[in-house]
Design a protein around this ligand. Structure first.
Ligand SMILES: *Cc1c(COP(=O)(O)O)cnc(C)c1O
Length: 366
């Protein structure tokens, strides 16, 4: 039996009775852009994160970009972020005209190496964007201290960490503000594109509400030049329904991760990333390391098992960022990891049999 990397259809079928009427209500009310369904979701998601404000936008990339803009970050400013992340973290910095300053990651966790952050702080540094990669919170305690010491904003890229926590506090409430993505494959996924900013800063929340809607508070009275980055009503309705199930889904992901670890430990040269004991990981991706990731991926594919590599090329080696002053060898840990990582199938509805099938195919290979 083939094992997909992700299966969104099973999830839909399981909660179709809740989702369909919620979508229908939006259609019947014609509140397609923002509106009551988005407002209801914003309140619930802010509460879920343990924060005061949530502002629904059109994507995670928009959430990051508007956040930087709302804080007035732009040309001449520098923003520090890890090189091993999805391109959007860097794109947001570029879109506001600031310069991305990259740092390497820790080999143990694949998370941004906070010790490296301090080395690249300059007078131009305005913010740091830690990425809670694969579903594990970055070392926010150290980062917040660093932020205080150097007067830097700490803006969480929480696109992979819905519900993840550090010392009992959820991502979205750990930094000065956070950006979430609800791209369909994320732990909390919309039926299309969506994202949100979460923060305790009322002024920033207000500013993002303006920026996402053409700078208008009152229709056709534009106080500043904004964007069209509003969340769809249908996405608000879908996300409210799905949020009710998120804790249970995340718990299942954790069970699957444990099962993978038990079954795969000691096989070949397979290694796992560590989870900090102060952190609650939500296993957005389950990533292993092996010197033979390409061949293993081919082997699994031949058995009908889909895998991924997150990510094959660090930001500093992407052609899009050839303009930054980096070269191969600058970030050795991220470069090495990119040649070793492999993401195995991971979604809440994955069965024990499917996990066993993946593990058997891997034992087979080694
Ligand atoms: C998915 C993702 C984003 C971007 O979110 P979109 O909704 O696709 O724009 C940003 N950062 C990280 C780490 C992501 O995984």
């Amino acid at each position: 039996m083939p094992v997909p990397f992700l299966d969104l259809q099973i999830q839909y079928r399981a909660i179709k009775e809740e989702l369909d009427p919620a979508i229908q209500r939006v259609i019947e009310s014609s509140a397609f852009a923002l509106g009551p369904a988005v407002e209801a979701f914003e309140q619930k998601f802010a509460a879920f994160c343990g924060a005061q404000h949530c502002i629904g936008v059109n994507s995670g990339t928009a959430a990051l970009t508007l956040l930087l803009r709302a804080y007035g970050i732009g040309p001449g400013d520098e923003v520090i972020l890890p090189t091993n992340t999805f391109i959007a973290t860097a794109e947001a910095v570029s879109h506001v005209g600031a310069t991305p300053i990259l740092v390497d990651c820790e080999e143990r966790t694949a998370l941004m190496d906070v010790k490296k952050v301090e080395e690249v702080i300059t007078k131009k540094t305005k913010a740091v964007i830690p990425v809670h990669l694969y579903g594990q919170p970055a070392d926010m305690d150290s980062l917040m201290q660093l932020g205080k010491k150097h007067q830097l904003l700490i803006l969480e890229d929480a696109a992979q960490s819905h519900g993840a926590a550090r010392k009992g506090k959820r991502t979205g409430s750990l930094g000065d503000a956070a950006a979430f993505s609800f791209y369909p494959g994320k732990n909390l996924g919309a039926f299309g594109e969506a994202g949100a900013v979460v923060t305790n800063d009322a002024a920033i929340a207000e500013k993002i509400r303006l920026l996402r809607d053409h700078g208008q508070r009152e229709k056709y009275h534009h106080e500043e030049i904004g964007w069209n980055e509003r969340m769809d009503g249908i996405q608000g309705a879908v996300l409210s329904v799905k949020l009710r199930h998120l804790d249970e889904w995340n718990a299942k992901r954790r069970q699957h991760a444990e099962q993978y670890q038990q079954k795969l430990s000691g096989i070949g040269d397979i290694r796992f990333f560590e989870t900090d004991e102060r952190s609650e990981h939500v296993e957005h991706l389950f990533v292993i390391r092996t010197a033979q990731h390409d061949r293993l991926q081919e082997h699994l594919k031949s058995k009908g098992i889909a895998t991924g590599i997150h990510y094959p090329i660090p930001i500093h080696l992407q052609r899009a960022y050839a303009g930054l002053p980096y070269k191969e060898g600058d970030f050795p840990v991220a470069e090495k990891l990119s040649t070793e990582i492999l993401s195995l199938p991971m979604y809440p509805e994955l069965t024990e049999e499917q996990i066993e099938e993946v593990c058997e195919a891997m034992r087979d290979f080694f």
